[in-house]
Design a protein around this ligand. Sequence first.
Ligand code: P6P
Length: 342
Amino acid sequence: MGIKSVGITVTEHLLRQQRETPRATGAFTMLFNELVVAAKLIHRELNKAGLNDIYGFTGETNVYGEKVQKLDDYAHRTLIRRLTQAGQLCAIASEEDADVIEIPAEVPRGPYILLMDPLDGSSNIDVNVSVGTIFSIYRRKKETGPVTLDEVLQKGSQQVAAGYFIYGSSTMLVYSTGQGVHGFTLHPAIGEFFLSHENITMPARGRIFSVNEGNYCYWDEGVRRYVDHLKSPEVHRGGPYTARYIGSLVSDFHRNLLKGGIFMYPADRKDPKKPHGKLRLLFEAAPMAFVAEQAGGAATDGSRRILDLEPETLHDRVPLFVGSREDVEEARRFVSGQEPAS
Ligand code: P6P
């Protein structure tokens, strides 16, 4: 993209990328524009959440047995409604639904599959902490016919696009289609996302680590030694890293994307039903890994590259170490036991 493009809208940005993509039909641009509309609607509801009865719970529980926040449900339904009418999808999978949502045959369909976490970090809504929508877009493997589960269970390296909306002090979109990572900020009075962070690159090494140390006693030895290392006075001769943990993946990831550092959700022995940690491969780890790598960072499960992992089920959980590539590599050495005990 030649001329300095800070300040263009996300639609203009998409159209420029479309013009530079051989055989592009505009289907992806149409799909993405509906994703943006859905995010604007979610932004609006979130910003008045304290003023109507949209706080709190629906009384239902999701596939993970977690209580469903009313705003979770609103975000889920809004995304499905808007993305379905885009006419470019053949299937949607949501962290909030146990099974793949197939687009009805009578609705215009397309070659894309959307995977989403409609409102990640929603347990923070009632205490006014930033939350986000995480999305991942794949192309189906077959040309026609009903979508099969194996078409949805693709490796993260097959993503056509991935990114997130973060509803914070401002609402931002950060996304990549494999041509770098770009950030757009919503101008609420105009209702447009304007390019504000072109070609985001993550520092090779940071000085921030993000992890829930409340799980320390449940971690494996290598993870404990790594976190102890980051807190020790001599680490990298610069003294201890800074601890920053919001408890909202999109917020913790976004800060580290811009400033450098590492986010971890290691496997832990806290819940025998979740031996691989809490985060979901398809709905959280893979899209964040795609963005991180496109920004020059890295993402592993402690040893393997996240984008190489073959999903076995729609709701696979996976340990996640994501952020500055030198930090992620150092974590891998500790977790694998290659780093000598100090
Ligand atoms: P914990 C939010 O529920 C979430 O899925 C991520 O956004 C966040 O990083 C993580 O869980 C926080 O989990 O166990 O530290 O509260």
